[in-house]
Design a protein around this ligand. Structure first.
Ligand code: NAP
Length: 286
C-alpha cells in the first residue's frame, strides 16, 4: 500500500520503519525535516510538505504531539486526500479531541479511524504496538495491512469514533499510576534506610508484580531516564484524563496526585526524560 506517515517523532519514526519492513511504499513528513531524513536510507520517500506526502496515499497515518498539531497538519493537507484515502489517527488526543477530529474528517469528507496506540518507542520500531481502534468496521478492513505492520494486535473498541481514544485514557491512567506507585515505594524503601532494590525483589514473581514495575523501577534506581515516553507527553495525557474523568463524574483524587508528581518532576528539569523520572519528584518534599 501507499502509506503516508505525518510526524516522525519518537513514535512515528519507528512506525514508519515497521511499515517499510512490511513492504509498504512509505512517504514521511515531519515539521523538523532532520528528524525524518534518516528514513530515506531505509527506503522511505521524505516529503517536503504534508500535502506532498498525502497525495496518492491509500492510508495516511498521523502521529503528532496533540490535538492542536494534528488539527493544523490535517487541515493544511486536507485537499490532498483522495476520495479513497483513509486517515488513521494514532496520537493521544483524548475524548473531546477525538470528537473534534471526527468532525474535521467529516467536514472534509475523509474516512477515518480513531487508532491510538499502547506501547512506546521500541514497540513502535518493532511493529509490536497494541492498536486501540474504533470507527466504521468497513473502513477497518481497508487499513488492516497497516495495523498488521505496526502492531501485534488490535483491540476493537467499537463502531463509534472516539471509543478507542476513551479506552486509551483509561489505559494511560493505569500506566502513569503504576509508574508513580513504583517510584513512591522505591522512595519509601530508600527513606527507611533500606536498599530500594529490596522492594523490587520483594514483589518479584508475586501477584502484584509487573514486568513494567521491574523495568521502570530499575531505571529509577539507576537514575537513568532515556526517553521512551517523555514525561512532558505524560503530563499532556494526564490533563486529558482528568478532564475526561471530571466530565464523566469519576473521582480524580488519585489522578490529581499523579499529575502533581509529574508536574514536580518537570519543574525539576525532567520534562524531556522518560516518565520513570517521576521518581525525582518523590524525595525532598517542598
Ligand atoms: N512516546 C510514547 O511512549 C507514546 C506512546 C503512545 C502514544 N504516544 C502519543 O503519541 C503522540 C506522539 O508521541 P511521541 O512520543 O512520538 O512525541 P514526539 O517525539 O514529541 O513527537 C511529536 C511529533 O509531533 C510533531 N509536532 C509537534 N507540534 C507540531 C506542530 N505544531 N506542527 C507540526 N508538527 C508538530 C513533532 O514535530 P517536530 O519533530 O518538528 O517537533 C513530532 O513529529 C503523542 O500524542 C503521545 O501522547 C506516545
Amino acid at each position: 500500500m501507499e502509506v503516508a506517515v505525518l510526524g516522525t517523532g519518537a513514535m512515528g519514526f519507528g512506525m514508519a520503519q515497521s511499515l517499510l519492513r512490511a513492504g509498504h511504499a512509505v512517504r514521511v513528513w515531519n515539521r523538523t525535516s532532520d528528524r525524518a531524513a534518516p528514513l530515506a536510507e531505509e527506503g522511505a520517500t521524505v516529503a517536503g510538505t504534508a500535502s506532498e506526502a498525502v497525495r496518492g496515499a491509500d492510508v495516511v497515518v498521523t502521529m503528532l504531539f496533540d490535538l492542536a498539531s494534528t488539527e493544523a497538519v490535517v487541515t493544511g493537507s486536507a485537499a490532498a486526500f483522495g476520495p479513497e484515502t483513509v486517515w488513521v489517527q494514532t496520537a493521544t488526543v483524548g475524548r473531546s479531541g477525538a470528537a473534534w477530529l471526527a468532525d474535521l474528517a467529516a467536514d472534509h469528507g475523509i474516512a477515518t479511524l480513531d487508532s491510538p496506540v499502547l506501547g512506546t518507542k521500541k514497540p513502535a520500531a518493532d511493529g509490536t504496538l497494541v492498536v486501540l481502534a474504533s470507527g466504521d468496521p468497513a473502513v477497518r478492513e481497508r487499513v488492516q495491512p497497516v495495523y498488521d505492520a505496526i502492531s501485534s494486535r488490535v483491540v476493537w473498541a467499537g463502531d463509534q469514533l472516539g471509543a478507542a481514544s476513551a479506552l486509551k485514557l483509561a489505559c494511560n491512567a493505569w500506566v502513569l499510576s503504576i509508574t508513580t506507585a513504583t517510584a513512591q515505594s522505591l522512595a519509601l524503601t530508600r527513606s527507611f534506610g533500606l536498599d530500594p532494590a529490596l522492594f523490587l525483589a520483594a514483589i518479584d514473581d508475586g501477584p502484584t508484580n509487573s514486568p513494567y514495575a521491574q523495568l521502570k523501577g530499575k531505571a529509577m534506581i539507576a537514575g537513568d531516564y532515556p526517553a521512551s515516553f517523555e514525561l512532558s507527553g505524560a503530563l499532556k495525557d494526564l490533563g486529558l484524563i482528568i478532564r475526561a474523568a471530571d466530565e464523566a463524574e469519576v473521582r480524580t483524587g488519585v489522578l490529581d496526585a499523579v499529575r502533581d508528581a509529574f508536574a514536580t518532576a518537570e519543574e525539576r528539569g525532567h520534562g524531556h526524560d522518560d516518565i520513570a523520572a517521576v521518581h525525582e519528584a518523590m524525595g525532598d518534599r517542598p
